[in-house]
Each structure stands twice: as C-alpha cells, then as structure tokens.
Design a protein around this ligand. Structure first.
Ligand code: NPQ
Ligand code: MG
Length: 368
C-alpha cells in the first residue's frame, strides 16, 4: 500500500443538545476528518481533539499542525503492508496521540478495504453487536436528569453514566437510586476532584456504582492508586491513560480496576488494541469511551468494541443521540436489546456521505 494523497478538513456539526461536563459546555462539535487515498482506495479517520485544551492539551489547531508538518509527511509516498508500520514511524513524535489516532484510523480503513475485510475483522473483533450505554451531561436540575435517565432506560440503553462535579454528585446519585433502584449506573468526574474530596468519594462508594471514572487529575496515577485502595467501587481511568505504557503503569500501581479505552485518546487503533490485549492478560475489564464522534469516529469505535475484552457497556450511543444528521449512512440505531450492530462491509462498512461532509466543512487542505 502507498498513501498518495491526504485531505484534512475541519467540520462542525451542531449537537442536538448541549453537552456539559466538569470542564465545560459544548454546543457545536468541531473535529478534524482525515481522508487518505492510495492504490485507488479511500480511508477515513477522525481526530477527536476539541476546540480548546479542556479534556486534553490537544486542540484542533495543535492536531492540524502536527498532522500537516510531521505525521502526514512521514506517511506520504512510503510503501507499507500494515498500518502499524506507518504509525511506528511516528513514535519519534512525542505526545499528540489524538493527531496520530485520526491519521492511523484512516490507514486502518484503507488497509481493511484493500484486503476486502471489515475493520472488525482487521482488528480481530468477534462481536456482531456491541453493548450501548449512554453518557448524560450535567443538567440544569436533578428533575431534568431524572427525565433524561427515564427516557434513556425506555430507549433500551444498557447502562447510565452521569457526569459529576463538586456540588453535583452525592445528592444526584442518591436521587437516581431512589427513583430507579439498582440500574447499571456509573459516574464520570472528568478530573474534578482531589484527595481532599475523599469524604465525597467515600459517600459515593455506598451506592453500588459500576465504577467511578477519572475522579482525579487528568495525568494522575498515584493518587488514584491510593483512592482505589480505599474504595470498594472500581476506579476507571479515562484521561490519565494516553498510551499503552500509561495503561501498564496504571495496572502495576493499582490506579484502577477498569480502563475506558478510546482509540482517539490513546494514539489510534493499534494502541487501543494493545491496551485491550494487556487488560485481557491481566483480567481487567475494558469498555470503549466516546468523544462525541461523528459517524466516522463512531464506526471505528464500534469496530474496536467488538474485540472480546470489551465486556462492559460502551459510550457508543445511537447517532441521533448527538447529531440530527450523521455523516454516514446508515446511521447507528439502537436495537431493542440496547446494542448497536457492528458493520460487516469492507473497511468502515458504512457510506461516508461526502456532500454532508462538504456542507459541514469550515477548513480544508490537501497534501501533497
Ligand atoms: C468522557 N465523553 O468520557 C468524554 C468527555 C468529553 C461521551 O462522556 C469536545 C471535546 C467535547 C472533548 C465532550 C463522554 C467533549 C469532549 C465530552 C470530551 O469523559
Ligand atoms: Mg470520561
């Protein structure tokens, strides 16, 4: 295979409703789409960096810069037999896993198409359907949240995740337990707490949550290990795991008992699969997180979540949970049993609707 042409775009899609976390509120989701072409084939990837450095230090601007000036030049015109041969060249580029992940995803799509297999097969997936959970942002009131949870349960979502922050935590979880009983429930703090907040986290420990996601700093492993020793509830790491090496250290230190794997955060499908394999060996359950991806990133995530170690419900919701009109056809729909189908056609296995991509584009550049 050889990549002869790469097209970068920034697209902006309006969210059906604002999404609020402990780090901010999003109404429009901009992202970078990567289209890689070679051998008469096209592969698509999505970079999950946001407009500002809130979830991670990476932004649309830093990812564009690193893609344009370092990653794309290393990928163009080289002969390769597997995407990992190309991404190994990028190890010299320190950090910037989101930029790397978007381009690597496009190469995996291209490679799978060249072999006439699906991304699921390319990655070693085994599931035809993946379990779907929903992630609910911070709401104006507890009543609003109760209504949202009720609707999500009616729709069939297999697990409810609610965002928490200081002042929106114990009372919220208490209200959910009182109203809905023993539903599969978890919380995600997006790094909003410190060791001083242990009384709050101890209080949450009483509610039988499936896990508490990323309570402490975005790069912490040490305080999380201390917390995990004091809680019955599993700690799940998200932001703190940006590479397979972070995952190895987290497990070694006992910083968590569950890992949320997002290919877009950890450097791409290869790194995501390496973390999955490590966790399977260590008996640590994993699930696939989400970054409000369009259908392109969502399809890559769904393929990854078909690997056998993804035993917990994923943050992979139906397309219309986030976007009125997705960029792919068919859009992802929730089955009655709370799952999404894993596409089985070559590559992504869904059609990227280029005219919708074009309409959403606010910036575009072609290489070389
Ligand atoms: C999480 N996602 O698990 C993330 C947080 C998140 C579905 O809960 C722009 C950039 C918007 C990054 C929204 C979910 C974002 C973002 C949410 C990250 O922590
Ligand atoms: Mg998270």
């Amino acid at each position: 295979m050889k990549v002869e042409r790469v097209e970068l775009r920034v697209v902006e899609l309006p969210l059906v409703e604002p999404f609020e976390t402990s780090f901010g509120r999003e109404e429009v989701r901009p992202c970078i789409l990567i289209k890689a072409q070679g051998d008469g084939l096209t592969g698509w990837g999505e970079c999950v960096a946001g407009a500002g450095p809130w979830y991670s230090y990476e932004t649309i601007e830093t990812a564009w810069h690193v893609l344009k000036d370092f990653l794309i030049p290393l990928a163009l015109g080289k002969a390769w037999d597997h995407p990992e041969e190309v991404s190994r060249e990028w190890e010299r580029v320190r950090g910037h896993p989101m930029a790397k992940a978007g381009l690597e995803a496009a190469l995996w799509d291209l490679w799978a198409r060249s072999r006439g297999i699906s991304l699921k097969e390319a990655l070693g997936g085994v599931k035809e359907r993946v379990e779907s959970g929903i992630s609910l942002g911070i709401q104006p009131s507890v009543d609003d949240l109760l209504r949202k949870v009720e609707r999500a349960l009616e729709q069939g979502y297999r697990r409810i995740k609610v965002k928490i922050k200081p002042g929106w935590d114990v009372e919220v979880v208490k209200a959910l337990r009182e109203r809905f009983g023993e539903i599969p429930l978890m919380v995600d703090a997006n790094a909003a707490y410190t060791l001083d907040d242990r009384p709050t986290l101890q209080a949450l420990d009483a509610f039988g949550l499936m896990m508490i996601e990323q309570p402490f700093r975005y790069d912490d492993l040490v305080d999380h290990a201390r917390l995990q020793r004091q809680l019955r509830t599993p700690v799940c790491l998200d932001e703190s795991v940006k590479s397979p090496e972070d995952a190895r250290q987290a497990l070694k230190l006992g910083s968590c008992r569950i890992i949320n794997i997002k290919p877009g955060r950890v450097g791409g499908p290869s790194a995501a699969r390496a973390i999955h394999d490590l966790c399977v060996r260590e008996g640590v359950p994993v699930w696939c997180g989400g970054m409000l991806e369009t259908g392109i990133g969502r399809t890559h995530n769904v393929a990854l979540a078909s690997l056998p170690g993804f035993t917990l419900p994923n943050d992979l919701s139906a397309s219309r949970r986030y976007y009125r009109q997705d960029l792919v056809e068919p859009p992802f729909e929730l089955h009655d049993d709370g799952t999404l189908s894993v596409p089985s056609g070559p590559g992504l296995g869904v059609e990227v609707v280029e005219e919708r991509v074009e309409r959403a584009t606010v910036r575009r550049e072609v290489f070389p």
